[in-house]
Ligand binder design. Structure first.
Ligand code: SDX
Length: 433
């Protein structure tokens, strides 16, 4: 990776000290003030508890302009990629930072296809869970356990092992995810069929039963593949930052990805796609929208408009736009063109985007607002929605992890704090407390 270039200097005066801090510039987006020497020179830390103004790394993978609503991977817009590419081609782009030629793509597809099965012993892990376990809990458990099965790809210092681990995670997530669904609905596991494409194989493992083959329409397969592309990577979001921090300690890639899955589960992050469908069910009818919008604005009410708002996007999330269009296509395809849920969601969006509270705070629909409507139309239960997000985001997590490990300047991440607790005091005997 190229070193960011110093383009200017920031002068900081702290008491009687003046500190000159380099200003670094990337290829686009905000410049950064390099504060790495701040503590050494001022005995002070920066303070940014939820990292609203902090760049944790430099990266060549994904660029977001939240003000305009731009998302690009390797310089290619998400609109171009969803229109022209396949999920596996985007996986190659994220792993190698260039689009593949035909020979490279064919080889990559063959490699991934040949890694779709999981170790037969991993099957036994599922039976340790209750049938009513949330599929995300199974995903965390099985992915974390992969480090106990694939010892030949846990040495993070071996480029070949890093690549094999990346291939294994991308290839096996659909199998692990589909089996998490099968286990919770009490149906037998369906093995991958390597004659199928990535998305088709996943749908096959999820919805086929021994009694009859599930044959998804090409339109549904294409929609699934497109949705995977839309969820592939998203710069330094909470789960990706977790994967990077876990990886900075030298933890093996499977453990790091399990930490990313755990973080994604939260309703403020990837868990929002499940929460949106639960919210729409709670609203129930268009006539109730005003009441729920008032609740969303009420600071004393924990209700939030799920699928709305974003730390970075202060404009329409470009992924939501593509998903909204896909929702129409999928609903048409499955004969649910007049799904009341989509109607309700679109009316909710229309009213919210005219409401001063949302306009003032630049709260727009995000990736999670429409995805659940599509997932439900295809046949997934709401409990599987965040699993689908994790399946697709695995390539982003592992590509960011790989980029960090391959950065020669990489060190363990270790933030500091502003201590506000008690100063030193004598230990009181228990009788005196
Ligand atoms: C994802 O980071 C990523 O890139 C994530 C992601 C990815 O691809 O990895 O894009 C995926 O996580 C999308 C986000 C999914 N989450 C949701 O849809 C949950 C609902 N959204 C909110 O919880 C919230 O918008 C967040 C968590 C997404 C962002 O929170 P921030 O940046 O901390 O924003 P904030 O809480 O400071 O909000 C600013 C203001 C506040 O009001 P004021 O204090 O200024 O009066 O906007 C309000 C908030 O109360 N607000 C909302 C709201 N989101 C923000 N009010 C009602 N409903 C909402 N959804």
């Amino acid at each position: 990776m190229s070193e960011p270039k110093i383009v200017d200097t920031a002068t900081l005066t702290v008491g009687d000290k003046t500190v000159e801090l380099p200003i670094l510039e990337g290829t686009e987006g905000p410049r950064v003030i390099d504060v790495r020497k701040l503590y050494a020179e001022t005995d002070m830390f920066t303070y940014d508890p939820s990292y609203t103004s902090t760049a944790s790394c430099d990266s060549e993978l994904t660029y977001i302009d939240g003000d305009v609503g731009i998302l690009r991977h390797g310089g290619y817009s998400i609109e171009d990629l969803t229109e022209n590419s396949s999920f596996l081609e985007v996986c190659y782009l994220l792993l190698h930072k260039e689009l593949p030629n035909q020979a490279e793509l064919t080889e990559f597809e063959t490699t991934i296809t040949n890694h779709t099965m999981i170790h037969e012993q991993l099957r036994n892990l599922y039976s340790g869970f209750r049938r009513d376990a949330h599929p995300m809990a199974l995903l965390i458990g099985v992915v974390g356990a992969m480090s106990a099965f694939y010892h030949d790809s846990t040495d993070i210092n071996d480029p070949q092992q890093r690549l094999i681990a990346s291939h294994r995670l991308i290839a096996k997530m659909p199998t692990i995810a589909a089996w998490a669904y099968k286990y919770t609905v009490g149906q037998p596991f369906v093995y991958p069929n390597n004659d199928m494409s990535y998305a088709e194989n996943f749908l096959h493992m999820t919805f086929s039963v021994p009694a009859e083959e599930y044959k998804p329409s090409p339109a549904i397969v294409r929609a699934m593949d497109k949705i995977f592309i839309l969820h592939a990577d998203h710069e330094q979001n909470a789960s990706t930052s977790t994967v990077r921090l876990a990886g900075s300690s030298g933890a093996n890639p499977f453990a790091c990805i399990a930490s990313g899955i755990a973080t994604l589960w939260g309703p403020a992050h990837g868990g929002a796609n499940q929460a949106v469908l639960e919210m729409l069910a709670q609203i129930g009818d268009k006539k109730n929208i005003p009441e729920f919008l008032e609740r969303a604005k009420d600071k004393d009410d924990p209700f939030r408009l799920m699928g709305f708002g974003h730390r970075v996007y202060k404009n329409y999330d470009p992924r939501a736009g593509v998903l909204k269009a896909s929702a129409d296509e999928v609903l048409e395809e499955v004969g649910a063109a007049n799904d009341p849920l989509l109607d309700l969601a679109m009316e909710l969006e229309r009213i919210a985007l005219e409401d001063e509270y949302f306009v003032e705070r630049k709260l727009f629909p995000n990736v999670d607002f429409y995805s659940g409507i599509i997932f439900k139309a295809i046949g997934f239960p709401t409990s599987m929605f965040t699993v689908l997000f994790a399946l697709a985001r695995t390539v982003g997590w592992i590509a960011q992890w790989k980029e960090m490990i391959e950065d020669p300047g990489q060190r363990i991440g270790r933030p500091r704090q502003l201590f506000t607790g008690p100063t030193e005091r004598p230990y009181p005997p228990i009788g005196n407390r």
